[in-house]
Design a protein around this ligand. Sequence first.
Ligand SMILES: C[S@@+](CC[C@H](N)C(=O)[O-])C[C@H]1O[C@@H](n2cnc3c(N)ncnc32)[C@H](O)[C@@H]1O
Length: 205
Amino acid sequence: MNPWSQVPYADYERHMNHETVGQLALMSEITNEKVEQRYPQTVAVYGACTGNGFVHFVEARTVYAVDINSTYLAICYERYEPILNELILVQADINQDAVAIPPDSTDLIVCHLFLEYVDLGRAFASIRQTLRRGGLLNVVIQRSNDSGWVSNTGVTTLQPVAAIAHEIAEETLFQHTAPALRFEGRQTYRMPNGKSLISYDFIKQ
Ligand SMILES: C[S@@+](CC[C@H](N)C(=O)[O-])C[C@H]1O[C@@H](n2cnc3c(N)ncnc32)[C@H](O)[C@@H]1O
């Protein structure tokens, strides 16, 4: 059983919005930046959770929300289906299931704090398949900077997911992206809890 199936969505949001964490607002802002750069018609969000940042996809024709946790996806649908043109939920365990998105169909893939919990080979195989040539992949990964993987916000239900998290070295990331996904640039954001978030852009060749 994947521990992400057990974390109540309200606990996840409370933790991520805690003043010492403050990550949801930043990741939503990064998503907005990518939308404004690319004006994507088709977007896929891997590890969509309850839909942080989906408010920026109102101009897109189709948005795919990919996640293992069907409760998170149901909340995402309830919140964002009313404002989006087409929201398609893809409930899948990336480590073992096929992701039902047509090949070469997405203009933008958003992948924030997802790779740390999954099989990188499987995740990148799916991303390479669904992203169209010339499409943008935006990845956000976390550096804990020796401050512990999960900050102490009083939310204890996140501890089991911390146990499966692995910090991703940049070298490892590039091993999985090259040569099909060309590195375009990175930006580092220092967070109030001492951690950093690093945003990477890649273009499919
Ligand atoms: C740390 S959360 C990040 C959520 C969101 N991207 C954000 O920015 O807040 C990781 C998300 O990935 C999902 N996830 C973890 N492992 C997965 C897997 N094997 N297959 C699909 N989704 C997975 C979790 O359910 C969770 O919603």
